[in-house]
Design a protein around this ligand. Structure first.
Ligand SMILES: *[C@@H]1O[C@H](CO)[C@@H](O)[C@H](O)[C@H]1NC(C)=O
Length: 234
């Protein structure tokens, strides 16, 4: 009985921890839909589909319904996480986007482990660099010029690797000095072609000096790709 109670408390705690805030979100400018409207039904179906499909390959995209009530969406997980972590993240994204963008016809929500994006128009196979945000660690490095060059070199290599990888994903590391490594990650949504992936990542890397120059960690997330680096494993 006691251990059952402990288990119950633990799973409640786990739920609270896992139900963490998203990194960011954007609500689309394409207007609202009404509760129980055809778009509502299509969107629900789409989100259910994405929830079940995404964990298998870390990515899923699809559309439900027909114009003008057609909903388009995709979901993607960080490519190196487990099936269960991916499913948990997509569930969170699905459950929370409605709180952040209630009845909005489109939106994007970003988590550390996944991204969910939907719209009432076909947005597939296009680089989305309009929707983006940055994150940086406030701690400065000791030698910013050399450090930033190392970051750029590492992430440029990872961008090339990611853009030809089946999952459009790469991670790697480089030695900065005797005691410090720089870890990097690059990933595109898998609706992009290889060259578009590389272009998306390159543009993200070009934003790093202004958001994150000289910082111990930084990342640029767009609607189609993200690059991250840190002096701790990512
Ligand atoms: C290595 O770089 C880090 C980050 O700038 C710095 O904190 C550390 O003191 C450096 N270590 C050495 C041995 O130079």
């Amino acid at each position: 009985m006691n251990s059952l109670l402990q288990l119950l408390c633990f799973s409640l705690l786990l739920h609270v921890v896992i139900g963490a805030d998203p990194l960011s979100h954007v609500c689309s400018a394409s207007g609202n839909y009404a509760a129980n409207s055809p778009y509502d039904t299509n969107l629900n179906q789409l989100e259910t589909y994405l929830y079940y499909q995404t964990p298998w390959w870390g990515f899923a995209m699809g559309s439900v319904g027909s114009s003008p009530n057609q909903a388009y969406g995709l979901a993607q997980c960080r490519a190196d996480i487990s099936f269960a972590d991916c499913q948990t993240c997509v569930a969170q994204a699905r459950d929370n986007i409605g709180n952040f963008c209630p009845y909005n016809k489109g939106g994007i929500i970003w988590y550390d482990y996944c991204l969910l994006k939907f719209l009432d128009q076909n947005f597939f196979h296009q680089i989305d660099n309009q929707n983006k945000f940055y994150q940086s660690n406030s701690n400065e490095v000791s030698d910013p010029t050399t450090f930033d060059e190392n970051v750029k070199e590492l992430l440029s290599q990872l961008s090339q690797q990611a853009s030809v990888h089946p999952k459009l994903f790469a991670t790697g590391e480089t030695d900065f000095n005797q005691s410090t490594k720089i870890y990097g990650l690059a990933q595109c949504t898998r609706d992009l072609t290889n060259p578009d992936c590389e272009q998306c990542l390159q543009e993200a890397i070009n934003d790093l000096p202004s958001c994150c120059g000289g910082k111990q960690a930084g990342s640029v997330f767009t609607g189609s790709c993200n690059v991250r680096y840190a002096i701790n494993p990512l």
